[in-house]
Design a protein around this ligand. Structure first.
Ligand SMILES: C[S@@+](CC[C@H](N)C(=O)[O-])C[C@H]1O[C@@H](n2cnc3c(N)ncnc32)[C@H](O)[C@@H]1O
Length: 286
């Protein structure tokens, strides 16, 4: 695999790609903190709006929506809120997560929202999903998981094996380059020159971050073609005055919406959301 990150602190040696799900980050001990920090914040709100816009645009510009009820897989779905949103629109969702705590949350949300008949929750690594499904997916959603997985090529290959011929992968991943950029402007210069990145064990800073070109290569090596790229939080994390995130959220959102799909802003995003499908399978106008 090409190495786009050789001198950067987030570079990981290739040998880590030989690992399996035992090295992936199970969120049992992070579930509470993650749900509070991400879903309940401007980060989560922005992410939800931008990614939903991508998915809505995609559905409106392809023939997928004509199928009616879609068969959706969400891999590493956290507390299940996105899976439940799809079920509320009438789609069938198979949800999996490595964390039992997260699966329990998803099951209970599906029940309380009365969509449990449409949602199948599986406590398993996504690498084993093909053992559990009877039908390949029209859409596979995998958001903010890749950077917690040790063997990323095998993980993505396993997801692709569950994708229908005309299916679409919605992959959102942590952007190591944007994190590096933010670290420099925060003034962590000496540490960065030495290649040191501070990370504590129970932190929400991903363990296996990748540079976007590496992820793009991985996706394409699986025979998928990338249709759209969107930066998630292209300005949010760089604001000098954090109060603006709350006090001027509407203006911030408007700027994010205007620039998040334009270069160079896409690659400033703390996360990148990619929609990919097999080359000839889906008609798209985006
Ligand atoms: C950062 S959370 C993201 C949750 C959700 N997708 C979201 O965007 O809010 C990462 C999730 O991936 C799960 N995870 C990590 N490795 C996994 C694997 N190999 N298979 C399935 N889930 C995994 C973790 O347990 C955790 O719930």
């Amino acid at each position: 695999m090409p190495n786009h990150q050789s001198n950067r602190p987030y570079f990981r040696p290739d040998q880590i790609f030989g690992c399996n799900a035992n090295y992936d980050r199970n969120f049992d001990d992070l579930a509470e903190k993650f749900c509070r920090n991400i879903y309940g914040s401007t980060k989560g709100k922005l992410r939800q709006i931008i990614v939903n816009e991508d998915l809505d645009n995609w559905l409106n510009s392809t023939t997928i929506a004509q199928k009616g009820q879609l068969n959706i897989i969400e891999a590493g779905g956290g507390d299940g809120r996105l899976a439940i949103e799809w079920a509320q629109k009438g789609h069938k969702v198979t949800f999996c997560d490595l964390s039992h705590e997260m699966v329990k949350r998803a099951e209970s949300l599906a029940k309380s929202e009365q969509v449990d008949h449409l949602v199948t929750c599986i406590h398993a690594p996504a690498q084993l999903l093909s053992k559990y499904i009877t039908q390949k997916a029209d859409i596979i959603i995998c958001h903010a998981v890749l950077e917690w997985v040790a063997d990323q090529p095998s993980f993505l290959r396993a997801l692709c094996n569950c994708l229908a011929e005309d299916g679409t992968l919605s992959l959102m991943f942590y952007n190591a380059d944007a994190a590096f950029f933010r670290n420099t402007i925060m003034g962590n210069l000496k540490a960065l020159v030495k290649g040191e990145v501070k990370r504590v064990d129970n932190s929400l800073v991903p363990m296996y971050p990748l540079s976007p070109p590496v992820v793009y290569d991985l996706i394409e090596s699986l025979g998928l073609s990338i249709k759209t790229k969107t930066g998630v939080r292209v300005f949010h994390d760089y604001l000098h005055d954090p109060k603006l995130k709350i006090n001027e959220f509407e203006a911030l959102l408007a700027l994010e919406q205007r620039y998040c799909r334009e270069f160079p802003f896409v690659h400033l995003g703390r996360y990148i959301h990619v929609l990919a499908s097999r080359e000839s399978s889906v008609r798209h106008d985006i």
